[in-house]
Ligand binder design. Structure first.
Ligand code: FAD
Length: 303
């Protein structure tokens, strides 16, 4: 048995590789759904991607095992962006179709056995494995190794993650009369990305996602939701005034989503780390802080 911890894109890609190679594989995921930072949420009749918004890849070959009907667009430099019209979670759900994914399995400890490993998960019987892949955001994988008294390359402790606060915005009245691309990257120093979910075909009704910049998110991460909303509204007003000072923001921040581990600020020198025989770390801290980076790590790791 091979066990993968984490059902984000890295975990799902390595699990598919193992399955295709003929191994028995189980994926243990702590949350109630697939995808990790590929996350889509419905609020009333609106739908939002509130984690990753797009995948950057030159061609479909770089997105292994995907069966999605992608929408694709290119920027002025020719870089290609891909998104799943049902929302980015759908990409993860499709990757998981043939896999044995056990949701609500928080792995808390790994014991080294003579022939492999025993993984302890909250409220579930332990799983035994010949080989284990940890695909959590790196600080969470390292915490698990520390709890398990398993040593790893101390350089990995230097890799820190940025935080992200996300504003999910809907409109009771007409949407502000501005021309908005599906995705605007870094439109102001406070905002890392504005996404029009309707243009991305994720939502039938107007729905905007504001991914706040890491510096901004760091400042407000532990503030009350009221303070976060107030500061976010000011940042949105500043953004709109740059585009068209005659337009007023008439949207409503419906929800704020917090990501403690958004993306790594630096990355490891290698694409995966085998910390002990057949115990392998993968994910965006290795391949680079993006979906593509996580895929690159998962397709480089040994089976
Ligand atoms: C707001 C935001 C916007 C982003 N925008 C983009 C973008 O537009 N384009 C892009 O390419 N990238 C973007 N990224 C980065 C991208 O989402 C990530 O790099 C990528 O999805 C990471 O995938 P992963 O599988 O490595 O990790 P994750 O998606 O984090 O998956 C790890 C999984 O492990 C699970 N887990 C953790 N600990 C345990 C445990 N102890 N037991 C069991 N399960 C556990 C988690 O619940 C999670 O499901 C964004 C990220 C965020 C947060």
């Amino acid at each position: 048995m091979q066990v993968v911890v984490g059902a984000g894109v890295a975990g799902l890609v390595i699990a598919n590789r193992l399955l295709n190679a003929g191994y028995d594989v189980v994926v243990l995921e702590k949350s109630r759904g697939f995808g990790g930072r590929l996350a889509t949420r419905r609020i009333g009749n609106l739908r939002f991607d509130h984690g990753a918004q797009f995948l950057k890849a030159n061609e479909p070959r770089e997105i292994p095992f995907a069966t999605d009907q992608w929408i694709r667009w290119a920027d002025k430099s020719g870089a290609q962006y891909w998104a799943s019209p049902q929302g980015m979670t759908n990409f993860a759900k499709n990757l998981a179709v043939n896999l044995d994914v056990r949701l609500e399995h928080l792995v808390t400890k790994i014991e080294i056995l003579r022939t492999g490993y025993r993984l302890l998960a909250d409220c579930h019987s332990p799983s035994e494995a010949e080989r284990v892949y940890l695909s959590c955001p790196l600080p969470q994988s390292l915490k698990l190794l520390k709890n398990s008294h398993i040593a790893y390359d101390p350089c990995l402790d230097q890799i820190k993650y940025a935080k992200a606060l996300i504003g999910l915005v809907g409109f009771e009245d007409a949407v502000p009369a501005i021309k908005l691309d599906a995705i605007q990257l870094n439109p102001t120093p406070d905002i890392a990305m504005v996404t029009d979910q309707k243009s991305k075909q994720v939502s039938n009704e107007p729905a905007w996602t504001f991914t706040m910049a890491s510096n901004w998110s760091e400042i407000y991460f532990d503030s009350s939701e009221q303070e976060q909303k107030f500061a976010m509204l000011r940042a949105i007003d500043r953004w709109l005034s740059v585009i068209n000072k005659d337009v007023q923001f008439n949207g409503q921040i419906l929800q704020i989503k917090k990501w403690r581990y958004s993306h790594p600020l630096t990355q490891a020198q290698y694409l995966y780390s085998e910390v002990f025989k057949n115990l392998i770390l993968i994910g965006d801290a290795f391949g680079g802080g993006s979906i593509h980076g996580s895929i690159r790590s998962a397709i480089s790791a040994p089976l």
